[in-house]
Design a protein around this ligand. Sequence first.
Ligand code: ATP
Length: 221
Amino acid sequence: MRKEFAVIGLGRFGGSICKELVDQGVEVMAIDISEEKVGNFANIASHAVVADTTDEQVLRELGLRNFDHVIVAIGDDIQSSILTTLMLKEIGVGYITVKAQNDYHEKVLRKIGADQVVHPERDMGRRIAHKILSNNVLDYLELSDEHSIVELVAGDTLNGNTIIDLDVRARFGINIVAIKRGRDINVSPQATDPIQKGDILIVIGADSDINRFEKNLMDEK
Ligand code: ATP
């Protein structure tokens, strides 16, 4: 069965989610209180509807209770975001993802039962900070307050070493889960394969362990 999605709030964030879902071939209902915003999505989404989603009757009329996943991307108007989420929860939507503006907003959203709370500006800020702090870090994905997945570029120090030589699990408590070389990505690297300078190592572990690995085995730039 095809899944049905709805995006409420067609600002930059909600709009980009809506476009990407459509590009991936799924049906999306796009909803916004602004006629102009909805007009921009008339030719993109399966249905584009002008509606104030803080009104429970409106949500029922739109049939949102039958949707598998509703994304609430209302930003500045925190009250509308919270009310909309609460109503969606009450009418029984299967899964609700909500964009939070700040930590208090996030707390309230979790209390009222949002299934997933995202914080795009904060998360992107953190990712960029990690890249700024180390030239070896190409990308960073936070898994929890203490664990992440990081992409690191191998330099001279690692060149020619195998995962066995490096003994990263025992020495640093981290795992090299994949190695990118040019356009190829090896998702189950053999422990005996030599690493080459310029390879991108995808590493998972505790932040402190990844930092130790980086300090010991990555080249200073
Ligand atoms: P972005 O950063 O993603 O551009 P933003 O964080 O600035 O967005 P807003 O522009 O405040 O977020 O809100 C996103 C959209 O939500 C707007 O297009 C706005 O019209 C819409 N919106 C606000 N309140 C409601 C509501 N009650 N019902 C439906 N849509 C709403």
